[in-house]
Design a protein around this ligand. Structure first.
Ligand SMILES: Nc1ncnc2c1ncn2[C@@H]1O[C@H](COP(=O)(O)OP(=O)(O)OP(=O)(O)O)[C@@H](O)[C@H]1O
Ligand SMILES: [Mg+2]
Length: 258
């Protein structure tokens, strides 16, 4: 299987903006591989550097030590397109849902009229039909997240970086969104790196869960999830699920007693 993301010996510091301000080590010796069509979750305490790691993979910052390769290409030398969804949905409030979603096409200077026709089945699949002309404030939280995900999906690139896409949703909506994401992913398959705080969510969705330490973030361990696909909700109630959860908790630095 092709390795789509390979990170080796990654260190990253945020240097203070004022002279004399000390720098902050955020990531320390991170090593990580994500293979083609894999769904990998990144789990770790708040502030451990998860969003920073995604920014580095997306090529938004280049000031780090170590190596990041995306499909064998170093994004420092050549831009590698990735689909990237920020921690906040970042929909533009003055644009309609559809014109928010079509932003990647607009940026690429693609054929918007054609895209509007072609996207119809996807708008349906993402549960947004009938709301094309609504502004983001007129949509529910789950719909806004699905619109942001659809926009992310339309970006170029085989790698999808999702930064806590369901973090702000209530539990029922979150579970619906997880089931929906998994069904969309099982159908369209991309390589996904998914950041979350939620252990159950990570186990339910992923092929592997990568557990990071407190800041400076480093990989404490990786838990392979062998549940068959399609995933079913009642997997959450099995002893195997509890075992995975226990393994993950013991890898989180804040639970040394496990
Ligand atoms: N632009 C920046 N300049 C300076 N420090 C930053 C910057 N962005 C993030 N940091 C710091 O880097 C550390 C890691 O931040 P990051 O956003 O990557 O954490 P995170 O793991 O995504 O946290 P959360 O789970 O709360 O989203 C934090 O201490 C944060 O204050
Ligand atoms: Mg974050």
């Amino acid at each position: 299987m092709d390795c789509k993301i390979r990170i080796t010996g990654l260190n990253m510091d945020y240097t203070g903006s004022e002279e004399g301000e000390s720098s902050l080590r955020v990531l320390s010796d991170v090593n990580l591989e994500v293979f083609e069509n894999e769904f990998v979750s990144l789990l770790g305490p708040s502030g451990c550097g998860k969003s920073t790691l995604l920014r580095l993979i997306a090529g938004l910052e280049h000031d780090y030590e170590g190596e990041i390769l995306l499909g064998g290409i170093n994004p420092r030398h050549k831009r590698v397109p990735v689909c990237y969804m920020l921690q906040k949905d970042c929909l533009m409030p003055w644009r309609s849902m559809l014109s928010n979603v079509l932003l990647p096409i607009e940026i690429k200077k693609g054929d918007l009229k054609k895209a509007r026709e072609e996207i119809k089945p996807l708008v349906q699949e993402f549960g947004l039909s009938g709301f094309e002309n609504y502004r983001p404030r007129q949509l529910s939280g789950g719909m806004r997240q699905r619109a942001a995900l659809l926009r992310t999906y339309l970006m170029d690139g085989e790698i999808m970086l999702l930064d806590e896409p369901f973090g702000s949703l209530d539990e029922i909506t979150r579970m619906q969104m997880q089931d929906w994401l998994i069904s969309v992913w099982e159908k369209h398959r991309k390589t996904v790196l998914f950041v979350t705080h939620d252990i159950d969510e990570a186990i339910y969705l992923s092929d592997r869960v990568v557990v990071l330490s407190d800041r400076p973030g480093t990989v404490n361990g990786v838990v392979q999830i062998d549940f068959e696909r399609p995933r079913k909700r009642d997997m959450i109630l099995t002893p195997q699920f509890s075992e995975y959860k226990k393994d993950i908790l013991s890898l989180l630095a804040s639970f040394p007693a496990w």
